[in-house]
Design a protein around this ligand. Structure first.
Ligand SMILES: [Zn+2]
Ligand SMILES: [Zn+2]
Length: 332
């Protein structure tokens, strides 16, 4: 998993450079394939067969060999330096073994590719204590977002699925932050859900002043627990929204609204730099895969380095809390 993490970090760092787009993709894909297939790297290295791993060519095999022999990659260290990543000695101790559960995932109820039962079984197989099912709100019609009525139907299915698994299921929503900062579902609906993740999905290019107002309104909403992928960026293809990050992060801290580190390689949002800033303003965090299928839960171990890089201690991360502490934090 450490090797997968290192490759995915290399992919991420390369992605910041338009010219390295293809190499970035290759590294991310190789990391992804290792995270999923968990090949015996030592044995393959000994046999000189690292390139037999799907997505691993000569260049990536050399990086892997370095990782296997020395536990680190000179290439990665050099990239980190070039990209002026937060200092290494800021890194905190965050181990995936202590990660208790993911609170942002999707099912077939909106745009997920698996049923709720399949997602729950996937989470259980990794040993999660809890899983938040947070499908989309109605505004995102293309993905069949959920209104109040469908949420009620979903909660019935959740009660059934819960009987079949040990992992505790939490019903939530990933509600859209509308252009004026209001939310895409009425308070009465948000109030009954276990988790409310408010995310910006559209109109990310609003002017910074309007965007600041929009985000400030969302973080001070009484039912919001988490701001999902707070900038909406897609590294290498779409810059995220620009707003007064200091003002919004401080307000989030004041309202105990967590900021998400979305581990989906297409998002990686917040970035380590932004997460560091938010940490300094007192914010808490949720580190999630935003999985649309069980295999995507593997984004979390691959993405944890972002929080380590930002030097965020475990106490500030919701997913390292036991279920009762988590539900206490989400009680609003
Ligand atoms: Zn989203
Ligand atoms: Zn999502």
């Amino acid at each position: 998993m450490a090797a997968a993490e290192a490759l995915s970090e290399i992919g991420y760092l390369l992605r910041q450079d338009e010219k390295e787009r293809f190499r970035a993709k290759a590294f991310s894909a190789a990391g992804w394939s290792i995270a999923l297939q968990k090949p015996d790297l030592e044995a393959l290295h000994k046999a000189g067969r690292l390139t037999s791993i799907e997505g691993v060519g000569e260049g990536i095999a050399r990086v892997l060999a370095g990782l296997i022999e020395t536990g680190e990659s000179r290439y990665l260290n050099r990239l980190r330096e070039q990209m002026k990543q937060p200092a290494r000695d800021d890194e905190s101790e965050l181990d995936f073994a202590d990660y208790r559960g993911d609170i942002h995932s999707h099912s077939r109820w909106s745009d997920g590719r698996a049923t709720m039962l399949e997602m729950a079984e996937g989470a259980q197989a990794i040993g999660y204590e809890y899983l938040g099912i947070t499908d989309h709100s109605p505004r995102i019609t293309v993905v069949h977002g959920l209104d109040a009525e469908r949420l009620v139907a979903q909660s019935r299915e959740m009660a059934e699925v819960q009987k079949a698994v040990d992992v505790k299921l939490l019903q939530g929503i990933e509600v859209d932050i509308l252009e004026d900062g209001s939310l895409d579902l009425p308070d009465a609906v948000l109030e009954i859900l276990d988790i409310v993740i408010a995310s910006p999905h559209v109109k990310l290019r609003q002017d910074p002043a309007a965007m600041t107002e929009r985000m400030l309104r969302a973080v001070s909403h009484p039912h919001v627990d988490v701001i999902g992928h707070p900038t909406g960026r897609r590294p290498g293809s779409r810059e995220g929204a620009t707003y007064d990050f200091e003002a919004v992060f401080k307000e989030a801290a004041r309202h105990s609204v967590a900021l998400e580190i979305d581990c989906d390689p297409a998002r990686m949002d917040l970035s380590p730099e932004m997460a560091r800033l938010a940490y300094e303003y007192g914010c808490t965090f949720a580190i999630d895969a935003d999985a649309h299928a069980p295999a995507e839960f593997a984004y979390v171990p691959m993405g944890l380095w972002m929080a380590r890089r930002a030097g965020i201690p475990r106490e500030r991360i919701l997913n390292f809390r036991a279920l009762d502490e988590l539900t206490m934090a989400l009680e609003k």
